[in-house]
Design a protein around this ligand. Structure first.
Ligand code: NDP
Length: 256
């Protein structure tokens, strides 16, 4: 697996799964565009990437829900590298709320970040992926494959990512562009705390992973990054339209 001369755009590279994925691609020689809103944390990821492969990543401060910012991601990447080989649609948010507790502002916020932004960035990137015969990996969730109560907008958003993945895979297959997603179970990152969970609740949530995941633990960011880099690599050259669970077996479980 190697990505020397490959240009890889990663959204949400300032934290968690996106940051670990950036470092792993850097280790494999990739040329990176790192996207997020927190410039300080993006620069921290860029430093780690530089230490891996001696290449200065392009850092783009962008809010993926802002259409002009999304255009900048593509424009600045082409300006620096002249091509795009891999798009990693990773930026995302989680919010709790059942149908009795939610509201349309929450729906718009979650769908805007987790779905609409992917739709726009993919639309803008595809012409360049067609030229490079590149590929896309989007970060969905076990919540796209299975239903959980109290998280309706998030679950819907991740199902949309899965269907988007399969539809676009079929559309682009004749052009030699592969499109896949990974569907992580609980992974230790900032996501849930940023979504409103306090420290105590988060601690209990991780403890409960012993029951909610067949492998009896939460996952870590490197385990997801490994699946992402595999799907983006030539080792996965005959894989497209896949929603790959990286969830310690959670997708296969059923309450009993
Ligand atoms: P983190 O909260 O650690 O990271 C989220 C990343 O998304 C940050 O880099 C953040 O960047 C970025 N982001 C969020 N909103 C925006 C925005 N409007 N514009 C630009 N960037 C944005 O969470 P994870 O690493 O866990 O999450 C990454 C992906 O993995 C998400 O799609 C999430 O749904 C998915 N996932 C996570 C699981 C988990 O248990 N952790 C399980 C299943 C899926 P910044 O703050 O700089 O804007």
């Amino acid at each position: 697996m190697e990505f020397k001369t490959k240009v890889i755009v990663i959204t949400g590279a300032s934290s968690g799964i996106g940051a670990a994925t950036a470092v792993r691609f850097a280790k494999l020689g990739g040329l990176l565009t790192l996207v997020g809103r927190n410039l300080e944390k993006l620069n921290e990821t860029a430093e780690k990437c530089l230490a891996e492969n001696g290449q200065q990543a392009l850092v783009v401060k962008a809010d993926v829900t802002n259409e002009e910012d999304v255009k900048l991601i593509v424009d600045q990447t082409l300006e620096k590298y002249g091509r795009i080989d891999v798009l990693i649609n990773n930026a995302g948010i989680i919010e709790n709320g059942s149908i009795e507790e939610t509201n349309l502002t929450q729906y718009d916020r979650v769908m805007g970040t987790n779905v609409r932004s992917i739709y726009q960035l993919t639309m803008l990137t595809v012409p360049h992926l067609v030229k490079s015969k590149g590929n896309i990996v989007s970060i969905s969730s076990v919540c796209g494959l299975r239903a959980f109560p109290g998280l309706v907008a998030y679950n819907m958003s991740k199902s949309a990512v899965d269907q988007f993945t399969k539809c676009v895979a079929l559309e682009l297959a004749p052009k030699g562009v592969r499109v896949n997603s990974v569907n992580p179970g609980v992974i230790v990152t900032e996501l849930h705390k940023r979504g409103g969970m306090d420290e105590e609740t988060y601690k209990n949530f991780l403890e409960k992973c012993k029951q909610t995941h067949a492998l009896q633990r939460p996952g870590n960011v490197d385990e997801v990054a490994a699946a992402i880099t595999f799907l983006a690599s030539d080792s996965a050259s005959f894989i497209t339209g896949v929603n790959l669970p990286v969830d310690g077996g959670r997708h296969a479980m059923c309450p009993r």
